[in-house]
Design a protein around this ligand. Structure first.
Ligand code: F6P
Ligand code: MN
Length: 327
């Protein structure tokens, strides 16, 4: 059996990187325990509400954010933290060499219905050691990530991690509270017949995405000549995990539902870490046309359309968009 600690120590990563990954995954154990307790832990519901004892309740995504923030602030290698829950990045230790970005609880609308949620994280190098980090230090393309991963709190808690070109999965053993390696060198098939999209937004999509989904729904009777099946967890972390396990296509495409928003998902702590995992597992990750990992960010919280998963399907969607643009 290989524990996470053993894996990190024997895979020649920098001690700083190992230490920060250990901190994030350590907090993941606490979040996992809180989720297991569910309503019994007085953690469900909206922040600002009062529980039956008349105490102020903290919504679990706020709690997860605070736990990660506190733990990373104490980590001497962490120079700063950016989170979905915080408008601005928080500086940590000026002498640290790493920046950490996270979505503390992805898919939070799943919490109150006892469905899968997760924590997504991305680790970037810090270039101005000795000075306090600022928002602008975080604005690095996803191809600069030193490591990325997620914790999926599902029927079991699973960690998917990519460092040093490898994608690995660990399962949290509830008896020993250790992460145990369950998959080394995760790889995704290039072809798939499974796709994930919130089709209720159909009327807001661009024509090539509408055409793509029309083709999949037509199945055997249409131009694709075979049937496709939909799966939608409604937490990106769950949908990406399914794709790492058995392939598939996930998209949250460009839509016009909300003016001035390119898509729903966030580039820096959702799309980038997931894209690194998927690419290193042999899949593709684009905004429909361009590689997500090459996008130069201008804002910590910017949104991006996301198309990721089995390589040939991602390429097929790009072709439709390119053809459409050329018409
Ligand atoms: O973080 C945003 C998110 O919760 C993703 O995890 C998920 O894929 C998506 O939103 C779900 O969106 P919708 O509400 O359209 O199902
Ligand atoms: Mn999210």
């Amino acid at each position: 059996m290989t524990t996470l600690a053993h894996y990190l120590n024997t895979n020649a990563n920098s001690p700083a990187l190992n230490d920060v990954i250990t901190t994030v995954t350590g907090v993941g154990k606490t979040i996992s325990q809180l989720l297991r307790k569910g309503a019994l832990a007085d953690i469900l519901g909206e922040a600002g509400n009062q529980n039956v004892q008349g105490e102020e309740q903290k919504k679990l995504d706020v709690l997860a954010n605070d736990l990660l923030l506190d733990a990373l602030a104490k980590n001497t290698h962490c120079a700063g933290v950016a989170s979905e829950e915080l408008d601005d990045a928080t500086p940590a230790n000026a002498d640290g060499s790493l920046l950490v970005l996270f979505d503390p609880l992805d898919g939070s609308s799943n919490i109150d219905i006892n469905m899968a949620v997760g924590t997504i994280f991305s680790i970037l190098p810090y270039q101005r050691q000795g000075q306090l980090s600022e928002n602008s230090d975080f604005l690095q393309a996803g191809n600069q990530q030193l490591a990325a991963g997620y914790l999926l709190y599902g029927t079991s808690t699973v960690l998917a991690l990519t460092i040093a070109n490898n994608v690995v999965m660990f399962s949290l053993d509830p008896d020993t509270n250790d992460y145990i390696l369950i998959e080394d060198n995760v790889q995704i098939d290039a072809d798939t017949s499974e796709y994930a999209i919130n089709a209720s937004n159909y009327r807001y999509w661009r024509a090539p995405m509408q055409q793509y989904i029309d083709e999949l729904i037509a199945g055997e009777a249409g131009v694709r000549g075979r049937d496709f099946n939909t799966r939608w967890v409604a937490a990106m972390v769950g949908d990406v995990h399914r794709i790492l396990c058995r392939g598939g296509l996930f998209t949250y495409p460009f839509d016009t539902k909300y003016a001035n928003k390119a898509g729903k998902l966030r580039l820096m702590y959702e799309a980038n870490p997931m894209s690194l995992l998927i690419e290193r597992a042999g899949g593709g990750a684009t905004d429909a046309v361009n590689r997500i990992l090459d996008i130069e960010p201008t804002d910590i919280h910017q949104r991006v359309p996301v198309v990721l998963g089995s390589k040939n399907e991602v390429a097929y969607i790009k072709d439709l968009h390119v053809k459409h643009a050329g018409q």
